[in-house]
Design a protein around this ligand. Structure first.
Ligand code: SDX
Length: 466
């Protein structure tokens, strides 16, 4: 029987005390999930054939295990952009890109987005189960306990120029934060892990709000422990010393939903970065700080900012949706329809569906008519009728509508990737922990096929052309 190691299923006692602390979910541990093994895979190279084990996940996904391929055959596989390569077995999030399915620990995103809270969803992702009321209260209290930044961290902010991108500040400050808790840099103790996770999840709000206040030359607002996670963030962003900000309840629930929708998405670029860095046994702060840098890219979490920039430039130019789509289809333009397309979804991103509905509700509630929303809908309608997009299975992704809602809330555009990072923090923490708890932790180190110059001898400078 070919086992596929999956955390969170009752099973074997772990062989060794892994880092990241013992798994606290009752009855969960790494296990051998005995499954019916379909036929082995046979690979033939030249006149030799090699049998490779096949693993099947709990949702029926099939993977050919090539862990031993190089030892057997001397050959490796090549997969540009890892589009066909699984880096691990994971028990955290399931995506079916063809059906447009997204589930966190088995729970459909459509249910969590409406019925859960961001703190509860974070607990679910990190520890594997929905918290009991006691666990929820304890976790929420831990987040409140850790919402302040060390006063000395103010000085770090003074070193940034006012127009510093908030993602640069966020990544730097997460690593700086770790310096104040040296014991948590090696969270082998379960309490240390939970403490570090809570500190990072809680303080990223304070860092984000502080970077915004610095950019507009306003004083920091201290967190208010009586406020819940999202209202507290909005308070730190928009209150002034002489004028408290009371957030509209619909804005709070819309932002809570946005954070839930962004909380995890299996092996995306930034999460794979966190897993890669964590696989070297780098601490949690360093690993999520690296995740922030990967997320910043406009092809990834920076796309929400790129979408708004794209929509505003189309509006400024007076171009029609059809004219812009025609430019996108012309490869020489090198223009992409930002917020469209996805490596995994070959159908509508379920998060985009939820966000599109939320756009209408939130803007109506705030009494805002945003021409960007009208334009976004026209672009979607035009694209989804067009053979170029249909043939390539390009649909709106999570970034296409999220920025329009955040803009309506008054969140500045450069902060959009930061909002994505705040949402993704529990997912990164959960994946770092899954790597740390792996019964056979191995550093991530892909191979390559070398295509550079073959062996040649050194030529002294005086024998080279001037
Ligand atoms: C996120 O991985 C995740 O899960 C990410 C994420 C998460 O939650 O972590 O879901 C969040 O990052 C969402 C994606 C945000 N990025 C964007 O919106 C940027 C615009 N989209 C793309 O650049 C692109 O679609 C990617 C990066 C998202 C996916 O790229 P792939 O899978 O490498 O696809 P590709 O670039 O090879 O494109 C395949 C074809 C190409 O055309 P041909 O060469 O076949 O002629 O589709 C075309 C591309 O030119 N194409 C697009 C397009 N996206 C793909 N053409 C126009 N506009 C686009 N947006």
């Amino acid at each position: 029987m070919m086992p596929c190691r999956v955390m969170g299923m009752p099973g074997l006692i772990r062989r060794r005390r892994p880092r990241g602390g013992a798994d606290r979910t009752p009855g969960s541990s790494f296990c051998e999930v005995p499954i019916a093994m379909p036929d082995k895979a046979t690979l033939t190279i030249g006149d030799k054939s090699y049998e490779l084990p096949v693993v099947v996940g709990t949702e029926g996904e099939v993977g050919v295990d090539i862990s031993n391929l190089r030892n057997q055959s001397g050959a490796i596989t090549l997969d540009d952009g890892y589009a066909n390569t699984g880096s691990c077995c994971s028990a955290i999030t399931f995506i079916d890109g063809d059906q447009g399915i997204l589930r966190y620990r088995g729970y459909p995103i459509e249910q969590l987005a409406i019925r859960s809270t961001f703190v509860e969803t974070a607990y679910l992702l990190i520890f594997g189960e929905l918290p009991s009321r006691t666990q929820h209260a304890e976790f929420r209290a831990l987040l409140s306990q850790h919402e302040y930044l060390h006063e000395d961290m103010r000085h770090h902010f003074e070193g940034f120029p006012p127009n510093a991108h908030p993602m640069a500040i966020l990544s730097a400050m997460i690593n700086a934060m770790g310096c104040y808790q040296p014991a948590l840099l090696n969270p082998d103790d379960p309490e240390h892990f939970t403490d570090a996770a809570a500190r990072i999840m809680s303080k990223v709000r304070t860092i984000a709000a502080a970077s915004y206040k610095k950019s507009i030359g306003e004083p920091w607002m201290y967190p208010r422990p009586e406020l819940q996670y999202v209202p507290n963030f909005l308070h730190m962003m928009f209150s002034k010393p002489n004028r408290p900000y009371e957030p509209d309840p619909d804005v709070v629930s819309a932002l809570r939903m946005i954070l839930i929708l962004h909380a995890d998405h299996e092996q995306n670029c930034s999460t794979s970065t966190v897993r890669m860095v964590g696989s070297a046994q780098a601490n949690l702060y360093a690993s999520v700080a690296a995740g922030v840098c990967a997320l910043w890219g406009p092809l990834h979490g920076g796309a929400n900012q790129a979408v708004i920039n794209m929509l505003s430039s189309i509006l400024a130019s007076g171009e029609t949706a059809s004219a812009f789509i025609a430019k996108v289809k012309d490869k020489t333009s090198k223009i992409r329809l930002m917020g469209f397309g996805h490596r995994v979804y070959r159908n509508y991103d379920p998060r985009a569906k939820i966000l599109k509905e939320a756009c209408d509700k939130v803007l109506a509630k705030l009494g805002i008519h945003d021409p960007m929303l009208d334009l976004a809908k026209q672009l979607e309608e035009t694209a989804l009728r067009d053979e170029y997009f249909i043939q390539r299975k390009l649909y709106p992704n999570v970034d296409f509508y999220s920025g329009i809602i955040m803009r309506a809330m008054g969140i500045p555009v450069p902060m959009f990737p930061v909002m994505f990072a705040i949402g993704r923090m529990p997912g990164w923490i959960a994946h770092w922990r899954e790597v740390a708890l792996s019964p056979n932790p191995r550093i991530y180190r892909p191979r390559q096929i070398y295509v550079g110059p073959t062996k040649r001898d050194y030529v002294p400078a005086d024998q080279r052309p001037l």
